[in-house]
Write a protein that binds this ligand. Structure first.
Ligand code: SAH
Ligand code: SF4
Length: 400
C-alpha cells in the first residue's frame, strides 16, 4: 500500500511564553465569565463581546485576535494580553491513500493525542476524538487498556482535535456548504463517561450553531457501560449513544470488559432502555468486536438478538485489531458474515467495515521516536477507523 507522509506542521502557532488563559474551548457562558473576570469586557458588554469572540474562534476558526475585525482595536490588544487562542502543536500529520487523515497533537508535555478523520462515513465524514490519555479500564482486547490513565482531557483539548481537523480540511467557516466533516465520534482513547464535564462542554461548543455547528444527533459517544452516567449523558448532551457490548453473557463480558463486574448486563440493558431520546430515528449502536472462537458463534449472534430485543438499535461488528502481546485473534471473515446474517435477519442493520487508513496506521505503528503510549494509541485508532462505518447506514438527515 502506498503511503503519503507529510510531516510538516499544519499549524504554526507557537506555545505561549507566559501562561495565558485559553479562550478557545470555553462555552459561551464560560467565555462571558472569563471576559468579565479579566476585566477585558466593558461593564454590561460581556455577553455581546463573548458571543462575538466565541463566533470568531469556533465558527470562523481564527487563531489570532487581530482577525476579529468587528472588535475594537484596543479590546483586541487587551484580549491578546490576557488570553490565547493558539492551536496546540501538531507533531505529525498523515494522509492515507483512501483519504483517512490522522493527526498526532501535543496538548502539553507528555499529553499526546490522536484524532482520525475518516471520509465517506456518516453524512460526509467523521472525526474520531479522544476524551482521555490512557484509560482506567482494562478491557482485555484493547491496547489502550494496557496504559494507565495519564489524565482527562479538558474541553478545550477535545475541541482542539476538531479545530485541527477543520484547519486541515479547510472547513471554516463552520456553516460552509458541502462540509467534509459532518460527524464526531468519541471513540478514541479513554472512557468519555469518566470525563463527563469536559465531554459535555466540548459537545456544547461543537454543536452550538454560533460555534462548530455540528448537530448533536451527529455526535456519538461510545462507552464501555458506565451505567450511572448514562442518564446524565443523554440529558446534558443529547448525543447519540454507542455501547461497547462485545459479549452477551456476564461471565464472558466480565472477562472482556471488566467494568461489567460493577455494572452487569441486566443493569446495562435497563440503563440503555432508559436513555433519553432513544427512538427508531435515534438508535443506539452496539459495538461488538469479533474475536475468533471467543464471542463469534451463531449461538452468540442469536443471544445478542435476544438480549437487545425491543431496543431501537444497530450493531457494529468490528473486526478485532490485533496488537503485540494480545492473545486474541480476529474472527474469520466467514464467521463475521454468518454473525451479521443472523442479525440482519432479525431486523438489525449490522454493517461490517474493512478498516480504513490501514496504510498510515501501520506506518504510525512503526514510529521510532514516539513513546510506547503513542504507539498503543495508534494501534487503537485502527479499530476506530473500522468502526466509524457505524455511521453509514442511516444518515437520513435533517438540517443541523
Ligand atoms: N472507552 C470507550 C470509547 C473508546 S473505545 C469504549 O470502550 O466504548 C472505542 C471502541 O473500540 C470500543 O467499542 C472498543 O471496545 C473498541 N476496541 C478497543 N480495542 C479494540 C481492538 N483491539 N480491536 C477492535 N476494537 C477495539
Ligand atoms: Fe478503555 Fe474503551 Fe479500551 Fe475499554 S475499550 S480499555 S473502556 S478505551
Amino acid at each position: 500500500m502506498s503511503v503519503t507522509l507529510d510531516l510538516s506542521r499544519v499549524s504554526g502557532a507557537a506555545p505561549a511564553a507566559k501562561p495565558l488563559i485559553n479562550l478557545s474551548g470555553l462555552t459561551r457562558s464560560q467565555m462571558i465569565a472569563a471576559l468579565t473576570e479579566s476585566g477585558v469586557a466593558e461593564h454590561g458588554k460581556a455577553r455581546m463581546r463573548a458571543t462575538q469572540v466565541f463566533r470568531w474562534i469556533h465558527h470562523r476558526g481564527v487563531t489570532d485576535f487581530a482577525m476579529m475585525t468587528d472588535v475594537a482595536k484596543e479590546t483586541r490588544a487587551r484580549l491578546a494580553e490576557v488570553f490565547t487562542i493558539a492551536r496546540p502543536e501538531i507533531i505529525e500529520r498523515q494522509v492515507s491513500k483512501d483519504g483517512t487523515r490522522k493527526w498526532l497533537i501535543r496538548m502539553a508535555p507528555g499529553i499526546e493525542v490522536e484524532a482520525v478523520y475518516i471520509p465517506s462515513v456518516g453524512r460526509a465524514g467523521a472525526l474520531c476524538v479522544s476524551s482521555q490519555v490512557g484509560c482506567t479500564l482494562n478491557c482485555s482486547f484493547c491496547h489502550t487498556g494496557t496504559q494507565a490513565l495519564v489524565r482527562n482531557l479538558t474541553a478545550a483539548e477535545i475541541v482542539a482535535q476538531v479545530q485541527v481537523a477543520k484547519d486541515d480540511l479547510a472547513e471554516w467557516p463552520s456553516d460552509k456548504d458541502d462540509r467534509l466533516l459532518s460527524n464526531i465520534v468519541f471513540m478514541g482513547m479513554g472512557e468519555p463517561l469518566y470525563n463527563m464535564g469536559a465531554v459535555a462542554d466540548a459537545i456544547e461548543i461543537i454543536s452550538d450553531n454560533e460555534g462548530i455547528a455540528i448537530s448533536r444527533r451527529r455526535i456519538t459517544v461510545s462507552t464501555s457501560g458506565v451505567v450511572p452516567q448514562l442518564q446524565a449523558l443523554g440529558e446534558k448532551t443529547q448525543a447519540m449513544l454507542a455501547i461497547s457490548l462485545h459479549a452477551t453473557n456476564d461471565a464472558l463480558r466480565d472477562e472482556l470488559v471488566p467494568l461489567n463486574k460493577k455494572y452487569p448486563l441486566d443493569q446495562l440493558i435497563a440503563g440503555i432502555r432508559a436513555y433519553p431520546g432513544i427512538s427508531n430515528a435515534r438508535r443506539v449502536t452496539f459495538e461488538y468486536v469479533m474475536l475468533k472462537g471467543v464471542n463469534d458463534s451463531p449461538d452468540e449472534a442469536r443471544a445478542l438478538v435476544k438480549l437487545i430485543k425491543g431496543i431501537p438499535a444497530k450493531v457494529n461488528l468490528i473486526p478485532f485489531n490485533p496488537w503485540p502481546g494480545s492473545d486474541y485473534q480476529c474472527s474469520d471473515w466467514a464467521a463475521i458474515e454468518a454473525f451479521a446474517a443472523i442479525l440482519n435477519k432479525a431486523g438489525y442493520s449490522s454493517p461490517i467495515r474493512t478498516p480504513r487508513g490501514r496504510d498510515i496506521l501501520a506506518a504510525c505503528g512503526q514510529l521510532k521516536s514516539e513513546s510506547e503510549k503513542v504507539r498503543a494509541s495508534a494501534l487503537r485508532q485502527l479499530s476506530m477507523a473500522a468502526m466509524a462505518g457505524v455511521l453509514d447506514d442511516d444518515e437520513d438527515d435533517e438540517a443541523a
